[in-house]
Design a protein. Structure first.
Length: 376
């Protein structure tokens, strides 16, 4: 088998969690950087990372790294890359990417230069003047930062947050990778009672259920690299078989509630698609008035933030009402994500810990109330 270098981009704040996930998979040479995690491995590592990683956005194979301050340097760097080892004759190779703090700022021009250089290289290697691009897709990606270019091959296709269970979300969906990280930060292992009182389309309860069962998040979807000419189909079969063998069986207590019946209906549908509807209960309910389902447990939630002024006031009132309602819920640990900088003031209690996370482009804090005064 071949040996490759890979990069997994993550939402800011999730890099360490993704690195720990890879180490638990016995992946080699894991290195955590800002916004991404690097690792080494062969085709099997490629398949296992795609299948099992919960908090990464996609698995990118590193093709080349070089410095480029001019379009000529960009062209030559791509032209020197042995793309024929990865893209067969007839393969589609669209180009996309981004640039930050670099001389080359025009993304369309960078895309055109990279496409031209790749076409020249592949055309010469295959002895043709025209590349048909009628076969499988080999998505090229580039990242230019401080004039350093990294050229990637995307092995995932659709982002890894797309598990296959959520065809649509509510108005403010939480990305699955972030929801999984929020659950993992509670150190949940399937034994506690989990309650999301603002469940929306059900993402947090569903991710909690997948974690409780140790079900691989990529088990129900396909990946771009499954169509790569140099990837053996047996590798993917083995990765899926290994993932299924590691699943747990047991009884779990997970509740999702919301005051919008449409959200509850959507959440139930998504749970069915994820295959975890039998271990999650969904019900209508106002988070600030509902009776606690048990004496002890873990609350994980993503309440409304209020990005506009009027909505922000409503959100602040909601946080205050939630704080009053949970004031004496000493048997419950509470984990709440929000972009409201004065959340602790409105909630009425300082968090034991908090962690910076990003919900998409929204900078948030994850407030962790971890003191559980009652023994289970």
């Amino acid at each position: 088998m071949s040996k490759f270098e890979f990069a997994i981009p993550t939402l800011f704040g999730l890099e360490g969690i993704a690195g720990d996930e890879l180490r638990r998979l016995d992946i080699e040479n894991v290195r955590v950087e800002n916004g991404r995690v690097l690792f080494s491995g062969d085709e099997t590592a490629l398949a296992r990372a795609n299948m099992n990683i919960r908090t990464g956005e996609r698995v990118l194979l590193v093709l080349a790294e070089f410095e480029a301050k001019t379009f000529e340097e960009l062209f030559q760097g791509v032209y020197r890359t042995p793309l024929e080892n990865y893209i067969p004759l007839g393969g589609q190779f669209p180009v996309k990417g981004h640039s930050l703090n670099s001389q080359l700022v025009s993304i369309p021009d960078c895309q055109a230069i990279i496409k031209k250089a790749a076409s020249k290289r592949l055309g010469e290697k295959y002895g043709v003047s025209w590349l048909p691009e009628e076969g499988a897709k080999y998505q090229l990606q580039f990242a230019i930062m401080n004039d350093k270019v990294t050229l990637y091959l995307d092995t995932s296709g659709a982002g890894l947050h797309k598990r296959g269970y959520r065809a649509q979300g509510n108005d403010a969906p939480l990305r699955e990778t972030l929801a999984a990280a929020m659950v993992m930060l509670t150190k949940y292992r399937g034994r506690d009672f989990i309650w999301d009182p603002f469940c929306g389309s059900g993402t947090i309860p569903i991710e909690a259920a997948l974690i409780a069962k140790n079900r691989a998040p990529g088990l129900q979807r396909r990946f771009a690299a499954e169509h790569f000419a140099w990837m053996n189909e047996e590798i993917w079969r083995q990765a899926r078989s290994e993932a299924m063998d590691k699943e747990f069986r047991g009884d779990y207590r997970i509740l999702g509630s919301d005051n919008d019946p449409k959200c509850i209906s959507l959440a139930m549908s998504n749970a069915r698609k994820a295959g975890v509807d039998k271990i999650i209960e969904f019900k209508d309910g106002d988070a600030t008035k509902m009776s606690l389902p048990t004496d002890t447990g873990v609350i994980i939630c993503n309440p409304p933030y209020g990005q506009r002024m009027g909505e922000q006031k409503d959100a602040q009132r909601l946080y205050a009402a939630l704080g009053r309602h949970l004031k004496y819920a000493d048997g419950w640990k509470k984990y709440i994500i929000t972009s409201e900088p004065e959340f602790e003031h409105y909630f009425g209690k300082r968090a034991d810990k908090k962690r910076k996370l990003y919900n998409g482009m929204i900078k948030c804090d994850y407030y962790m109330y971890t003191e559980n005064k009652r023994k289970k």
